[in-house]
Write a protein that binds this ligand. Structure first.
Ligand code: AMP
Ligand code: ZN
Ligand code: FE
Ligand code: FE
Length: 287
């Protein structure tokens, strides 16, 4: 790209740094995410599955052939005073056995948790089995969306939304929390493996004390731009980032249409400069 193109502002380089694939609860394969990113003209796309990292290499190899930069990432779930706070980790050394074992452990925990949710559902008289959930998840990191789809398939509810509302939402009778990972543990783990830690969708927790707890735990950045953030939330988290000297990030949190059925890849993007800052920090950290 020439400077004159940049000057016209026509080709601002845009990136989407938050996307899920079939390796967690997304509906698109890593290759489909990358192809779609290319169709949309994005220059980079972040692969950030829940506790799953196996989609990264597949996306990266597709990205190399299509000319889309793939940002390696993961979305961890932390627990702050009972609130499920998500933390994005970018550029960890995903090939290290320590990192692979850590996430394998979390995925195992997710399976056992889904098993418990199934048990609770059966106590409530819903006829589903853990094998049904496994069939829906097809080897992915098991999450509530898979459990919800299982309930839909069984005819127990009409939609994924209804499954969350009636059974497995945070206040639902069959909800089981995940393993208690402290923000400090997630941050330290991320840094120790050369990564950059970013608080995901801070506006969705509806209480900033958990956001401040994550900041106190040493995060590097905040996801300012997200489909669940209105203009006020964007302004608020941009200010919090600035006051605390944190990086800013953003993305669509695309689940291929599964989450709320509405959010698609590239719906929220950020300028490449946000990614460049994240990369710079990761590079420094790796020394
Ligand atoms: P888990 O990590 O297993 O607790 O599942 C959390 C995931 O469920 C989120 O990342 C969303 O993809 C999805 N989710 C949460 N709430 C809803 C909802 N009300 N409707 C549909 N999907 C949801
Ligand atoms: Zn999800
Ligand atoms: Fe999340
Ligand atoms: Fe997400």
């Amino acid at each position: 790209m020439s400077d004159s193109e940049l000057d016209t502002g026509q080709s601002a380089l845009l990136v989407d740094l938050h996307c899920h694939t079939t390796f967690s609860d997304g509906l698109l394969t890593p290759e489909q995410v990358v192809s779609r990113a290319r169709e949309l003209g994005l220059v980079a796309v972040g692969i950030t599955d829940h506790d799953a990292i196996d989609g990264i290499e597949k996306a990266a190899s597709c990205g190399r052939s299509l000319g889309v930069e793939v940002v390696p990432g993961v979305e961890m779930s932390c627990n702050v005073n009972g609130v499920d706070l998500h933390m994005l980790g970018y550029y960890l050394d995903f090939r290290s056995s320590d990192v692979q074992e850590f996430f394998a452990g979390l995925r195992h925990h997710r399976s056992e948790r889904a098993r418990l949710m199934v048990e609770k559902m059966r106590e409530l008289g819903v006829r589903v089995s853990f094998d049904d959930v496994r069939a829906v998840a097809r080897g992915a990191a098991v999450g509530r969306p898979h459990v919800a789809q299982t309930l839909v398939n069984a005819g127990a509810v009409r939609s994924v939304e209804e499954a969350f509302r009636r059974y497995i939402g945070y206040d639902g009778p069959a909800y089981v929390p995940k393993k208690k990972l402290e923000p400090r543990e997630a941050v330290e783990f991320t840094r120790r493996h050369g990564g950059v830690a970013v608080i995901a969708h801070p506006g969705t927790y509806h209480q900033d004390d958990v956001v401040y707890a994550a900041i106190a735990a040493g995060v590097d950045g905040i996801e300012v731009w997200h489909p669940d953030h209105n203009e006020r939330a964007v302004a608020r988290y941009e200010e919090i980032a600035q006051k605390n000297g944190l990086l800013t990030s953003g993305g669509s949190d695309c689940h291929g249409g599964r989450k709320n059925g509405k959010v698609f890849l590239g719906e929220v993007t950020v300028p490449y400069e946000c990614l460049a800052r994240i990369k710079r920090l990761a590079k420094e950290r790796r020394g």
